[in-house]
Design a binder for this molecule. Sequence first.
Ligand code: ACO
Length: 311
Amino acid sequence: TDQQLEDHFEGRVANDQRIEPRDWMPDGYRKTLVRQISQHAHSEIIGMQPEGNWLTRAPSLRRKAILLAKVQDEAGHGLYLYSAAETLGADREDLTTKLISSRQKYSSIFNYPTLNFADIGVIGWLVDGAAICNQVPLCRSSYGPYARAMVRVCKEESFHQRQGYELLMTMMRGTAAQQEMVQEATNRWWWPSLMMFGPPDGDSPNTQQSMAWRIKRHTNDELRQKFVDMTVPQAEALGVTLPDPELVWNSESERHDFGTPDWDEFKNVLKGNGPCNAERVERRRRAHEDGQWVRDAAAAHAVKQAARQQT
Ligand code: ACO
């Protein structure tokens, strides 16, 4: 009966056993996963744009090769995640259509512009740092294909984080102008990075249920706190100041206290009104349309192959 199926499902989740594509699952569980995984996939794909913007202007061949590898990794992560969504019955064409018609979300962070090459370093350090913080626990997510995809994604994200930090270390050993670029980029990216973790727990409609289903392993605020605690010593080692006058070590709670992100700005970016929302979606739409001939050719080729195999 349905109750038995539900009990079996709940039991597996409670025992930290993985749910696999062919297992019975509640509709809400499937829906939540499709929502989160497709948003995640869209973020990886849209996330190629702010950095891709600097490929032709990287300051050296070495930096260009690193950046190229990184942007390609993001494409791979997106494809991985779309495949994970497909195991739940989602259709990739449908997901793409929803993205380019702004009916599905992607991470707020990719709606901010990259103004100079220090931004590439800061994105690696803070944005990929935040991504790792959020995604390492997802390796233990209850849905098998998502959890397994996260293992590889996190390994690559960790390379991304290090390349960013190494870039910034190099700039901080440079001229005063270079040091200023790093500080200025840090000032711009710090608060948007904290917003990546999502709304505060009290305003997060999905957290409670997703935690109960063990899709999410920590709340948004828990991960935000972890990220702040992890990043403060890195900023010190780098020699930059994080732009938050309220940021201070609290010896009682053994954590950092910190200021409140501008949640109105966050909501506004989610509504599509961030500095680059329109540009990002438009560029993705154009790329999709420009790729139509590739999809047509691949489909025609598949039909020919199938016909040949029948004879
Ligand atoms: N940017 C855009 N949308 C966001 C963000 C954000 N930073 N944070 C939350 N939201 C959206 C949620 O998707 C949800 O939207 P919906 O209900 O309309 O679908 C809404 O705001 C409310 O938030 P929550 O209830 O807190 O949503 P959720 O439980 O899904 O938590 C979180 C949000 C933490 C982002 C979660 O979905 C998650 O861990 N996702 C996987 C990681 C990911 O997507 N990373 C992408 C950026 S990292 C990178 O690609 C390098």
